[in-house]
Design a protein around this ligand. Structure first.
Ligand SMILES: NC(=O)c1ccc[n+]([C@@H]2O[C@H](COP(=O)([O-])OP(=O)(O)OC[C@H]3O[C@@H](n4cnc5c(N)ncnc54)[C@H](O)[C@@H]3O)[C@@H](O)[C@H]2O)c1
Length: 314
């Protein structure tokens, strides 16, 4: 499998912490760093909160916290790492500057992967030493449970390093989605963003609340999506001749102004509808409480999905 055992995680917010948990669960040695050194406490708290689900999903017995180091210097964090997972805030200037430092301090052959949700790797690695080892490894929240990671190469990334990254992610029970060439938003976030923009328009125009739109996904498309994406789902919606009939019947709707796609202005009024709408949906439960319910569900769902997905896909 992968020869990489020592991993550096730079930025330990939501996503960095998720990676740390997944790496530790797969017996990697993890060196972590955040510019906010107080976050170590939060990472340890999250490891404790998530362990019951992680343990169940990956059939693990014990978590070895001796493999976890939280350093206060970037240089020390990177010194011995074979693989670097960058998880700092989403911002071109910040990531480009950070990759310049990571390139300087990391071993010259260490793979560098950014968790970015849509920024172009060629730009992020434009000031990084040996940019042929720079990729995007875009995960999905919660990283410690979801198997998807989009691997996106920059113009200078070498095939050899793309393959090393692919094997590394497989070694931590992930299913890499290989994106051929960089594009803004990559694949999955392009799709998610389109849905999100439509939702913002519908709420902004007063047709539905956040809760009503969530229900419109949860009880219908959402139930199908964990087994089949949009195209296979629509193929089945076309009856005996599948996609052919689907296109004949629903193709004309593409000309109707159903979707708007250009995002509405994120005005104060719209923001407050989103914030109060989701607060109402939580009914006083904290993010951690709802995350625990979601995590248990995702573990059970993935076990169930294993039974069915092989019949469709592999
Ligand atoms: N939240 C998600 O659902 C999600 C999903 C996939 C990918 N991502 C991507 O992951 C990355 C991190 O997102 P997040 O949601 O964890 O954000 P976050 O705000 O929770 O965490 C970002 C962390 O980066 C740290 N940081 C900022 N500058 C730094 C620097 N120079 N050196 C070290 N640490 C620094 C901050 O202190 C903070 O702890 C982003 O690129 C984001 O696009 C996020």
């Amino acid at each position: 499998m992968s020869q990489f055992k020592k991993v550096a995680v730079i930025g330990t917010g939501v996503i960095g912490t998720g990676w740390i948990i997944r790496f530790l669960a797969h017996n990697k040695t993890v060196y972590a760093f955040d510019k906010d050194i107080k976050l170590k406490k939060n990472v340890l708290k999250e490891i404790k909160r998530t362990w019951p689900s992680v343990k169940k999903l990956f059939n693990k017995k014990k978590l070895n916290l001796n493999n976890f180091y939280f350093f206060t210097s970037l240089e020390q964090t990177l010194k011995n790492a074979d693989f670097v997972q960058e998880c700092a805030s989403e911002n071109y200037a910040l990531k480009t500057k950070l990759m310049n430092l990571i390139g300087k301090y990391a071993k010259s052959n260490a793979i560098i992967s950014s968790s970015s949700s849509g920024l172009l790797p060629t730009k992020i690695y434009s000031k990084c030493k040996n940019p042929e080892r720079g990729i995007i490894g875009h995960p999905f929240n919660p990283v410690y449970l979801l198997p998807a990671v989009e691997i996106v190469p920059g113009k200078k990334t070498s095939k050899k390093n793309i393959n090393l990254a692919k094997n590394f992610y497989k070694s931590i029970s992930m299913n890499p989605i290989m994106v051929k060439n960089e594009l803004p938003g990559y694949l999955s976030d392009r799709l998610q963003e389109a849905l999100w923009r439509e939702g913002l328009h519908i709420i902004n125009e007063g047709y539905a609340t956040t809760e009503e739109l969530d229900r419109a996904i949860e009880d219908g498309p959402g139930l199908r999506w964990s087994l089949m994406g949009t195209f296979l789902t629509f193929h089945l919606a076309g009856g005996k001749t599948g996609m052919k009939h689907m296109l004949e019947q629903f193709g004309p709707a593409l000309k109707l102004p159903w979707t708007k796609l250009k995002a509405p202005k994120l005005s104060k009024k719209l923001s407050s509808k989103l914030i109060s709408g989701t607060a109402k949906q939580t009914k006083g439960k904290s993010v951690a409480m709802i995350s625990n319910i979601r995590d248990q569900y995702l573990v059970d769902l993935q076990k169930l999905r294993k039974k069915y997905e092989s019949k469709i896909r592999r």
